[in-house]
Design a protein around this ligand. Sequence first.
Ligand SMILES: [Zn+2]
Length: 422
Amino acid sequence: MAKGNAVVIFMSTSKLKIYLDDTVKDSELFQSKKEFEICKPEIFKYGIMMEEIPNHIKEADFDYLQSKVPAYDLLHSDFINLYTNRIENISNDDRKKKLISEIIGVAFGIKYTTELLKTNPNKFKKIGVPDDGKYLDYSIIEDNKEYELETKGTVAKYYSTFKNDILQKKKDQSSKNVFLRFGTIAMINSLGDTKKSQCVIVDDPPNEDNVANDKNSFEVQLLNYGIFLSYILDSKYFNRYIKPLKQKKIKKVKIDKNKFFTKYIFSGKEFYGECFDYRLIRENEYTNLNLSEDKTSDFQERTRLFGKTKFFIGVDSSVIETINRKDIESLKNYKSNWIFEDKELTTRFLDKDGILIVKSKDGDDKQLERVFPEKEVEKRLGLSIDQQRGIAHKCGAPCRSKEIKGKPCEIRTYREYCHFHR
Ligand SMILES: [Zn+2]
């Protein structure tokens, strides 16, 4: 946006006030925090985190491999506006509006709790019943105390129905004994509503008798990295990561750094991950693209529609090494710096859990452009179009077995190379 224009300026971060409901207003713990700050890529990241982790990703699932992440970002960019002290949910579609309020609800709840308990987003465990495959409730253990967090998000004026809902659930006799069960309600705005957004905290008193042990903390952290790995690690190797983890065979959980698409250097560290682009979003509810017969013109048409918006999502290499060593204590104590760099065409966001998200337009970020050039985007789009038309190609990688060494592999695949050659 040009400087000096007297138009609405969207921010990339918002500072939100915390409002303590009557149920918590005397609590020392909650009184310790008055406000928190959240940036746009952070909301996007929590949107990914609330998803269910897939048990297995199919070879040809291009939606999962390269379409879902940019589709999420597009949803966030189109329907969430940040201002200095308010956040707008501007969707007019009921289902989408609810989803966006829920995402912001989770983002507020986890960000607030992370700062309140001075902990790390990688330690939250998903609990409760997922709504449409999305988790709204979380638990976390800090200093042998277990906290359960119920998140809500709304554009409504009043929060009493949400509060009653939270308190009702807590009365439920079947629920487990924890130190503290509380709720956060993100009170955000509809388009044009200029009140300040806030985060309301609701709870009942802590129970000092309940001591929790966090013997599963490593597993919880591995699951949290698992949701990101499902998008950024080659599906064959993601499946090998998640299978033993779900079977609780932690010793067998390993991540091969060489099986990421690329790495990106930021703040003196290496991050391993995957790249994404708006142009690789498959036709879905958020976009309306028709496949063209001619791949090159299809690519050009998409570039005209979406411009060049590229992403990198990666994980700190030291996190990978720590996981591979099964170094429980180091992962528990791991804490990256929280960094948010916001330039006109490029944003780079590094969270405390070592997840880096880079978003860049028009080739502005030279490093991203180098690892993810235009020809790679066009190639991926070509593979995706072929797959949608049911056209597989021969893998072509040189065979490694003795008798036929060097002979091009004839296995048909939708990916660049077959399952054996990746
Ligand atoms: Zn092959």
